[in-house]
Design a protein around this ligand. Structure first.
Ligand SMILES: [Fe+2]
Ligand SMILES: [Fe+2]
Length: 275
């Protein structure tokens, strides 16, 4: 995609939303809630990692993409923090936070390139989820969270190659990219399983058979998440992988056109020097 714009979404999260906002399904709602809880800290880390590499970049197009990336992730953080406030009001708690903060402190000791490799691994996961989501797996979601997730997925698709391009431009290679990817897979699984389990425990649905049947169906059923996650996840291991090998930009463009009344473009990345 050629231009990465920052947008303001016309939604109001202050009135809250149903506890099981995703089709009344406890497992799916709490899985997405767990992801949302990780975004404010995670997306700040992505911003910091890319910003740390900025002095090494001279390509004007890539510098423009970086500004767009930072602007988009900053707005995601902001809205997901509002979303998370509602989750805390519903009685949920971000229990993985101390463990995530510990890892963030450790990452301060890593090289710029390693932090970029971690960022682009997470960005690849995010891009896979975004692709799945934009192919209509949130049909039964309640507003305003439906719009929030769709908008986030659109922008994750738009900027999915930025961290990767910055990594390549700083001379990053295959071995480091894949080594950190394996690490991120492990961390991602621990974080998501731990937080989703705790969310379900707190809302009283962890020990209900219905929850587990739903989880099995959503993950491993005929149209289950795993059948996207596994092949797209493995594609990252190819030596010549690039994020746009899977050219799904049309999914994002289609949403932006169809839902043009739901947002306002704050800036095109090229219009301003600072976000
Ligand atoms: Fe994001
Ligand atoms: Fe992102």
């Amino acid at each position: 995609m050629s231009e990465i714009s920052v947008r303001r979404l016309n939604i109001d999260l202050s009135q809250g939303f149903p506890q099981h906002w995703l089709g009344g399904d406890a497992f799916r709602s709490q899985l997405f809630n767990a992801l949302s809880m990780s975004f404010p800290l995670g997306e700040q880390f992505f911003i910091d990692s890319v910003r740390a590499a900025q002095p090494q970049i001279s390509d004007p197009q890539l510098l423009q993409d970086i500004r767009g990336f930072i602007g988009q992730e900053a707005t995601h953080r902001h809205l997901h923090a509002q979303y998370n406030e509602q989750l805390f009001r519903q009685g949920l708690k971000y229990v993985m936070e101390p463990w995530v903060r510990h890892r963030l402190r450790m990452s301060e000791k890593l090289s710029v390139r390693s932090n970029l490799a971690i960022t682009m691994a997470y960005e690849h996961f995010t891009a896979i989820f975004a692709d799945v989501l934009l192919r209509d797996k949130l049909e039964t979601a309640a507003e305003p969270v439906k719009t929030l997730w769709e908008w986030h997925a659109v922008e994750e698709t738009e900027h999915k190659a930025v961290a990767f391009d910055v990594y390549q431009a700083t001379g990053g290679g295959y071995t480091l990219r894949v080594a950190w990817y394996v690490y991120v897979w492990l961390m991602f699984l621990i974080d998501v399983i731990g937080q989703t389990g705790n969310n379900l425990y707190r809302d009283g649905h962890l020990f209900k058979p219905k929850t587990w049947f739903s989880a099995l169906g959503y993950l491993f059923g005929r149209k289950g998440l795993m059948w996207d996650l596994i092949p797209q996840g493995l594609s990252y291991l190819r030596t010549g992988f690039t994020p746009w090998d899977r050219d799904n930009g049309a999914l994002a463009s289609e949403w932006l056109q169809r839902r043009s009344g739901s947002y306002r473009v704050l800036q095109s990345a090229g219009d301003t020097e600072a976000v």
